[in-house]
Ligand binder design. Structure first.
Ligand SMILES: Nc1nc2c(ncn2[C@@H]2O[C@H](COP(=O)(O)OP(=O)(O)OP(=O)(O)O)[C@@H](O)[C@H]2O)c(=O)[nH]1
Ligand SMILES: [Mg+2]
Length: 421
């Protein structure tokens, strides 16, 4: 086989450990993120310290060591485990003669390269501009160059830095406006789904855990239009950056709305989380969360903690949750199996998907109540409503009306009390 892949940029990764018990895990994530950004990790090192060196992040000795190591390994980029100040980045670039990127920049670059929809692109752009704004430096005249210097005279005494700030400020408000327009369309769609009163189930979890694969599995088993409704699945970090919403029809007319959204990772840049709030709306509105976990990953426990931290940050609390331990086929455990509120399964196994559906049914439809109703023959609309939203168990046309036995959602129970047999 001929390898046409362009050679990947070689990267050296490093960080300061301020006595953090999760440091190793963060470095593993950093390596994965670096690879996800199409670079090859050729080496790594860290420094144990009590505090960060204000001007240079590392101490001088460590910087020299990194420079020598990285040079020997032909690394062109130095990737750092924290968000650095602009001064730290500039100083490190001078001292190491390498391009230096911090963890935030790395995540922003991955998101930028993955964004496909207008909303995702705008959200990433917004996060990036907000990251850049406080980092503008008087010596950077790039705007000036773009405009051939013509703008430099504008507003006597206005420095290039102020001009740059003002321009970025304007871009930020323009993007916010556009995002609002996109979001309000989204809101309309979401309001319609709210009206439908079907229970809402949201897939959440660490990136690459198998959320989208789980959604596709449920669609394959329980949706009539599965073929064109499948969502994008790939073995990479942040394959999904949008929210997809689908209707799932389980047996006996138990239907719910399922959403799949962007995955999480540790230390997600705050601006990015802020920018993606609209995308994460479905998660906040859910009646039940399915926290998909990669049970075959040795870092599973930290990944669960990471997901919980991000959920806290986006303001998700008090929503019932099923922990769904996925990829059981890559472990030596028996699956599928239910363990209390949770499930061990494999999203690529139909039997597993059916068991997951059973578990969802049990949780979501727990408060449904069985009603014996007699609807007048003229109540065609109510009858259609029941068939759409309730679990109709028996239906019998008689002289005095339609006799119906149905499991009805809490929200609809008052509406049908008048027809009780
Ligand atoms: N062996 C195995 N692979 C799985 C299983 N579930 C998902 N995968 C694989 O794991 C990778 C990631 O799956 P996705 O469904 O895209 O994961 P995700 O959680 O949506 O990831 P992001 O959208 O990137 O956050 C893909 O290569 C899937 O084929 C499983 O049960 N078993
Ligand atoms: Mg996905």
């Amino acid at each position: 086989m001929i390898d046409n892949q362009p050679k990947k940029t070689k990267a050296y990764i490093a960080g300061v450990n301020l006595n953090d018990p999760n440091f190793d895990y963060y470095m593993t994530e950093l390596a994965n993120l670096t690879e996800a950004n199409n670079m090859e990790v050729v080496g790594q090192s860290f420094q144990n310290a009590e505090s960060i060196v204000a001007g240079t992040y590392f101490g001088v000795g460590k910087i020299n060591e990194i420079k020598t190591m990285a040079k020997g390994l032909k690394a062109k980029v130095l990737v750092l485990n924290d968000e650095l100040t602009p001064v730290q980045i500039r100083n490190l670039e001078k001292l190491t003669k390498m391009r230096v990127i911090d963890r935030t920049e790395l995540i922003l670059e991955i998101f930028a390269s993955r964004a496909r929809t207008k909303q995702a692109k705008l959200q990433v752009q917004l996060a990036r501009l907000q990251y850049e704004l406080p980092r503008l430096h008087p010596s950077e005249n790039n705007l000036d160059q773009q405009r051939g210097g013509g703008f430099a005279n504008r507003g006597a005494g206005e420095s290039k830095l102020e001009l740059n700030r003002r321009t970025i400020g304007k871009q930020i408000s323009a993007i916010k406006k556009e995002l609002k327009a996109v979001a309000s369309q989204e809101e309309i769609k979401s309001a319609r789904r709210n009206q439908s009163r079907l229970p809402k189930v949201a897939l959440v979890g660490y990136t690459n855990a198998g959320k989208s694969t789980t959604m596709n599995g449920l669609l394959r088993e329980f949706s009539k239009e599965a073929a064109d409704k499948q969502v994008f699945v790939k073995n990479m970090l942040f394959a999904t950056l949008d929210t997809s919403v689908r209707r799932i029809d389980l047996k006996d007319n138990f239907s719910f709305i399922l959403s799949d959204t962007v995955g999480f990772i540790s230390k997600l840049p705050h601006n990015l989380v802020e920018s993606f709030k609209a995308t994460l709306q479905e998660t906040r509105d859910a009646d039940l969360l399915i926290n998909v976990v990669d049970a075959s990953d040795p870092n599973m426990v930290q990944m669960i903690r990471t997901t919980q931290n991000v959920l806290d940050e986006i303001g998700v609390k008090g929503i019932p949750m099923i922990t769904a331990y996925n990829k059981a086929d890559k472990t030596d455990r028996n699956y599928p199996q239910i363990e209390g509120d949770d499930i061990l399964y494999s999203a690529i196994d139909p039997k597993s998907i059916k068991l997951l559906a059973d578990l969802i049914t049990k949780r979501v439809f727990a408060n449904y109540e069985k009603f014996d109703l007699i609807l007048p023959l003229s109540a065609g609309k109510e009858l259609a409503y029941l068939h759409d939203r309730a679990q109709v168990l028996r239906e019998d046309y008689q002289d005095d009306g339609v006799h119906i036995e149905a499991n009805i959602a809490p929200a609809d129970q008052a509406k049908f009390k008048q027809y009780l047999a």
